[in-house]
Design a protein around this ligand. Structure first.
Ligand SMILES: NC(=O)C1=CN([C@@H]2O[C@H](COP(=O)(O)OP(=O)(O)OC[C@H]3O[C@@H](n4cnc5c(N)ncnc54)[C@H](OP(=O)(O)O)[C@@H]3O)[C@@H](O)[C@H]2O)C=CC1
Ligand SMILES: CC(C)CCC[C@@H](C)[C@H]1CC[C@H]2C3=CC[C@H]4[C@H](C)C(=O)CC[C@]4(C)[C@H]3CC[C@]12C
Length: 339
């Protein structure tokens, strides 16, 4: 079939809630006749979200796939389901993510509030969260596997459906990662890329995401596959409700709106936070810098827009991380696929 008449396919990991769900709503509004797939770990939550979306657009094809990014066997099985369903993937949104918090460091918060670091603190959360991590059944660090590695395995498993590998020489695919402004280089150690020893697994995982995205461009651009990272800003979602209760966030919302006067990344709503994800779906990815990061932002009046920043990620770090991920992937493949 000619690519002009082919229906576009978008897959969204973690599409049942928050930013992923808002993205699904907005893609339905922006792209006629789209085929949307929510790749989620809970069938119940995925079906509920799919039913809500179907009500918004009776014509769209909305389906679900069960995917737990913290379990490689679940990733293999989700990839098989996706492969059977679609000839080609236009947008693969790597959005699912976790942040496990034991508590807020309020003494750092009060100290930071009256210091020069205040804006940095609010945009990155640096030093404010006491985090937890764990080890998955695959023996990997949980935050790393959920946010980064599970997605990397998914991409590798779906390679035959991406870009010109899907059989059409002109077909293009976009890999679009939900990263974060909490991605800070100094929280990532290439020798401890899973962050077994550190105290900020979330920031480390998001920096690893940025590094990996550059590596995927190096490897896959020639096959018409382009990878980009974006930041949603600070969004009220289940992720933030697990840090502090929803009523607290509702209470401080006027303060967060006020902050928009000097901090445009106070997007607050999932819809605003998804701005750069939607914007990327309208771009020709071959024209975008692989080292760019796209930030969802809002004006003081609440109008969303996208700001572009440059990442400047070190080439050696990119290559080393890719090798380490490939070696981990090969070990797990041997364990589960040759068993
Ligand atoms: N909220 C914010 O301020 C910011 C969020 N982000 C990033 O945005 C992304 C979306 O988060 P957000 O919408 O805020 O929060 P939500 O908690 O609403 O969304 C997270 C999604 O990821 C899914 N998920 C979590 N773990 C897994 C797993 N092991 N396998 C499959 N899916 C999983 C969740 O599923 P389930 O519903 O089953 O839990 C949920 O659908 C994340 O990557 C997050 O790091 C980045 C910057 C700021
Ligand atoms: C008066 C309130 C606003 C006080 C809340 C204090 C903290 C709990 C929060 C302040 C800043 C928040 C965050 C900033 C950056 C986010 C980052 C971009 C992300 O990806 C995940 C969530 C954040 C770390 C978020 C978490 C809560 C705060 C630290």
């Amino acid at each position: 079939m000619h690519s002009m008449s082919r229906r576009k396919v978008a897959i969204i990991t973690g599409g049942n809630s928050g930013i992923g769900y808002a993205l699904a709503e907005r893609l339905l509004a922006d792209h006629d006749n789209i085929r949307l797939c929510l790749a989620c770990r809970s069938r119940e939550r995925a079906e509920k979200a799919a039913a809500k979306l179907q009500k918004l657009s009776a014509d769209a094809e909305i389906s679900i796939v069960i995917l737990d990014t913290s379990n490689v066997q679940s990733v293999y099985s989700a990839a098989r389901d996706i492969e059977q369903r679609y000839d080609h993937i236009d947008w693969l949104y790597l959005n699912a993510g976790m942040l496990k918090v034991k508590g807020v460091d309020w003494s750092n918060f009060w100290e930071g509030l009256f210091s020069k670091r205040v804006l940095f603190m609010f945009t990155t959360g640096e030093g404010l969260l006491i985090q937890e991590d764990g080890v998955t059944d695959d023996g990997l660090q949980k935050v790393f596997q959920t946010n980064v590695f599970g997605h990397y395995v998914l991409i590798k498993e779906l390679e035959a459906k991406l870009g010109n590998m899907s059989g059409n020489g002109e077909a293009v695919s976009q890999l679009i990662w939900t990263s974060s402004s909490a991605s800070l280089e100094y929280n990532f150690d290439i020798e401890d890329f899973q962050h077994k020893k550190g105290k900020d697994p979330y920031s480390s995982s998001k920096y690893a995401t940025d590094v990996l995205s550059v590596g995927l461009n190096n490897r896959m651009n020639k096959q018409n596959v382009y990878s980009h990272v974006m930041c949603p800003g600070l969004v009220m979602s289940n992720l933030t409700y697990e840090i502090l209760p929803q009523w607290f966030w509702v209470l401080v919302l006027p303060f967060l709106w006020l902050m928009r006067l000097c901090v445009p990344t106070m997007t607050n709503s999932a819809s605003n936070g998804s701005e750069a994800l939607v914007w990327l779906s309208h771009q020709d990815p071959s024209q975008l810098d692989p080292q760019s990061k796209f930030q969802s932002s809002v004006t003081a009046c609440g109008k969303p827009y996208v700001e572009t920043t440059k990442m400047n990620i070190d080439h050696n770090k990119v290559e080393t991380l890719m090798q380490k991920l490939d070696s981990l992937d090969a070990d797990l493949r041997k364990k589960y696929k040759n068993a």
